[in-house]
Design a binder for this molecule. Sequence first.
Ligand code: NDP
Ligand code: MG
Length: 414
Amino acid sequence: MFFGDISKKVDNLGGEKGFSSERKASLPDLPELPDLVILGSTGSIGTQTLDVARTHGYRIRAMSAHSNYKLAEQQAREFLPETVCMTEESAYRELKTRLADTDIFVTYGKDALCETAALSCGMVINSVVGMVGLEPTLAALGAKNRVGLANKETLVTGGELVKAAAAENGVDIVPIDSEHSAVFQSLMGNEGNRIERIILTASGGPFFGYTKEQLKTVTLEQALHHPNWSMGRKITTDSATLMNKGLELIEAVRLFDVTPDQIEVVVHRQSILHSAVEYEDGAVIGQLGVPDMKIPIQFAITYPKRLPSCSRKLSLFDVGTLTFEHADEETFVCLAEARRAISKGGTAPTILNGANEAAVAAFLDGRIPFYRIGELVCGCCAAIPHTSEVTLKTIAEADSAAREYTNCEAERQI
Ligand code: NDP
Ligand code: MG
């Protein structure tokens, strides 16, 4: 949800008594079986959203995928959406042929993806990866669809536009990113109360405690082995560089209207406390649970209600110890660069994001070693000037300048 200021935001979240039994009785009724549009249905969040849909019998009105036509076909045959949109041309052709014996409409391309997001439905779950998710988010909001947002790059690059579109259309955005879902839940029942700070937890990734020297020799396989979460390759790499926390810091600034200084990043290796809010009286309210994305995904769909879930329940006895440490921003330079980018504002976060998307793609293709991701991102942010005007045009320009610079540097310095 977007709000003009914190007090207004808290005003809109959950009412006076949160989820007490008195309050529960007056929560607005959800449709029993909301129909969903899932963008990025073949990914980690997309498949887990389908797991939630399967559990509760939600109808899938439409879905989208990029290249994985085999999984898209299986999903389409199981969930029988009206439309499946593919954004990779050969995958589109293949899927169209494979689904020729059904009534499912197969569409292709970026415009079709926006049209899919704008189909009238109970909620659009945006779980595509990368800033390619921005325009579909705007299309969904423009069609007055409630949005469950996993795609953090949308808020990093086009936060202002997304905020304006949500306000203009009177539509909710419910975060799916576990930290932001935790903050969102910690704000519920606190209308009128001032936030002192947001405690944004970070697992620290597979290389927590490594020195710059040690990072020079890490492999792709090590980077893709996250200690607590099983996720797509891009976000797993972002977790290893701590860019994920940088993007999330920007995401939190956008979602909750706080300043970057109000966000404290805390490394919490167990990923049990998913984030917390400190209020001015010193009370800290957080959300805990096992690291399972199906919990925030389901909550985004059922908000403000809760439903039973198949997720494992938390046993604090099994966890035993919760630890909290500082992040090493000198070694993991992406986090510090993200702070700088959001402080500069305008298109600076888009430049950061574009450089990161290009650098991570180069790393995943084996074109650059791990430690070069941070170097390329910082180099790009220093080299490409940002502008304060944020429109789809300036975002697109900043993004392509950042990608071009980064790809060129990646090539040059191999
Ligand atoms: P995945 O890589 O697992 O899935 C990405 C999805 O997007 C796939 O369906 C993929 O299609 C599709 N896709 C890829 N490229 C494009 C493109 N150019 N245009 C349109 N669609 C495309 O990613 P995740 O599910 O891990 O992450 C999705 C988003 O959610 C990211 O923004 C991530 O930061 C965020 N997020 C993820 C979490 C997680 O636990 N995974 C946690 C919190 C946030 P195909 O597979 O067919 O190629
Ligand atoms: Mg997260």
